[in-house]
Design a protein around this ligand. Structure first.
Ligand code: 4AD
Ligand code: MG
Length: 467
């Protein structure tokens, strides 16, 4: 076959250089036609759109043609021609075809309309479907948007460790990291496991948040963000929880809770606008296939201010709903941790807009949050979204050494694990705030998918770490 440098399908479809000889490579989506002419829909991942390859069967070897089946990878030399029937502007009249990789008839993505559950079982191949091609291109673009948002505003991307000796959220939902022989564990005099001979000489886990180290960085670089993998061993088999997810955590010196809320709102809106500006083909496809309200919902959030209210006000609304006959699965009262159904009631039924709830009871929030004068609440903020519930969790941080130390003790966070964190409050402490955005929760909103397992390439959930 003549060597011609490859052009991506996205560029071919945008080209009007009809008559030129080109090379295109990709995977066969479908093949149809008559005894004389066949039409191959070819996709190379550069765009959701396929290019049509027109094959005059008489010009090609029969044995080679047999190998051009759904899933096969081919390289085509041909003439770019203006298309009349394929729904695209350009197509390729094939002159030479090489089968780079045949796919036998066990290829699982034969027919259209596989269920999302089935596609999770073939997560190694599902990026080859239109849906997952769209989702993973959007995922890429959103990562770029996030870096651009912060970079343009003078934030520094700060890398926090993945292996850690502290439990930031204090929830004890950590995966242990060890090189010890689990069949022959050594114990100390008290009968406890002796970690002195473990790899790090102490007990370590995968991080549940980069926040504590992020705060150290904010106290020197001023404004930072982290963006990395995060691990939680919570046994929640829900459409919104992963054991391994990605979190973005900005942390800003001198910001108070109001600044933090504004940053969160600006940040999310920037990401949504970016999606509409850069991923419209893919979003349009998902809108048509799965969720006819997706684009409207994105525009709606962009054009409305987030509602801001306190937890106490939120609970009053929910209690009134119950009094008016609304049924929740979980009880609602001041002090209760809000369930997803409560959050969604506020957002979807009551305000019909994204909501930022602040000033939660201190008992249901982490030790590091700034304590309010009332002695009961902390300066927490959760951003609640339609269809998702909590998309962001954050707070102003307690900058006072004594108050923080007392709260850590009360909540059973051992100071020996966080002495370095406490040092920030001893050496030039300052008001500061930050939050964490769950990357996959953002992607749920942007793609309209209903299960978080479908917006990460290889989901890790209870009883599932395949691929
Ligand atoms: O509310 P969370 O637990 O807050 C923190 O971790 C803070 N340290 C953040 C900070 O202030 N820097 O988690 C933050 C967000 C949640 O709002 C949610 O979007 C996401 O992370 N998240 C999860 N996403 C997927 N699967 C899980 N198991 C998640 N747990 C939290
Ligand atoms: Mg939270």
């Amino acid at each position: 076959m003549e060597k011609i440098s490859r052009t991506k399908i996205i560029d071919l479809l945008a080209s009007d250089k009809f008559g030129t000889t080109i090379n295109v490579k990709g995977w066969v989506r479908t093949r149809r036609g008559s005894k004389q002419v066949n039409f191959i829909a070819l996709n190379d991942g550069s765009t959701i759109n396929n290019i049509q390859v027109v094959v005059d069967l008489a010009n090609f070897d029969e044995e080679m043609l047999k190998l051009i089946t759904t899933g096969a990878c081919i390289s085509v030399n041909g003439t770019l021609t203006e298309s009349v029937g394929s729904g695209q502007s350009a197509e390729v009249q094939a002159t030479e075809i090489e089968v780079l990789g045949a796919a036998d008839n066990t290829y699982p993505l034969q027919k259209k309309g596989h269920s999302m559950e089935f596609l999770r079982e073939v997560a190694h191949l599902r990026p080859r479907t239109n849906t997952f091609g769209a989702i993973f291109r959007i995922r890429h673009h959103m990562a770029i948007a996030i870096h651009k948002f912060f970079h343009d505003r003078g934030f520094f991307y700060f890398h926090t460790p993945i292996v850690t000796g502290s439990d930031c959220e204090g929830a004890g939902q950590m995966f242990q990291v060890t090189t010890m022989n689990l069949y022959d564990l050594k114990h100390d005099e008290t009968g406890a496991i002796d970690y002195k001979n473990d790899f790090f000489g102490k007990q370590t886990s995968l991080t549940v948040s980069g926040q504590l180290e992020g705060e150290l960085a904010a106290m020197s670089l001023g404004a930072i963000y982290t963006f990395g993998p995060t691990f939680r061993a919570e046994n929640s088999n829900t459409p919104r929880h992963l054991a391994e997810f990605w979190m973005i955590e900005p942390e800003v010196a001198f910001n108070e809770i109001e600044d933090n809320m504004q940053l969160a709102e600006d940040f999310i809106k920037y990401c949504l606008q970016w999606a509409l500006d850069n991923c419209m083909d893919d979003i349009q496809f998902l809108n048509n296939m799965f969720d006819k309200e997706l684009i409207d919902r994105l525009n709606f959030v962009l054009s409305n201010e987030f509602v801001r209210l306190t937890y106490t006000e939120g609970v009053e609304i929910l209690e009134k709903a119950v009094a008016d006959g609304h049924k929740f699965e979980f009880p609602i009262f001041w002090g209760a941790d809000l369930a997803s159904e409560h959050e969604r009631y506020l957002v979807e039924n009551h305000f019909k807009k994204p909501v930022i709830l602040t000033d939660y009871p201190k008992e249901i929030k982490s030790f590091y949050m700034k304590q309010n004068e009332d002695g009961k609440t902390v300066r927490a903020m959760d951003v609640l979204f339609p269809k998702i519930g909590e998309i962001i969790g954050g707070s102003q941080r307690e900058e006072d050494y004594e108050k923080l130390s007392r709260r850590a003790k009360e909540m059973g966070v051992p100071e020996k694990d966080i002495w370095w964190y406490m040092d920030t409050r001893r050496y030039g402490t300052a008001p500061h705030s930050g939050f964490g955005l769950g990357f996959e929760r953002l992607l749920l909103f942007v793609t309209g998918m209903s299960n978080i397992r479908d917006v990460i390439p290889f989901p890790r959930t209870p009883n599932n770490a395949e691929f």
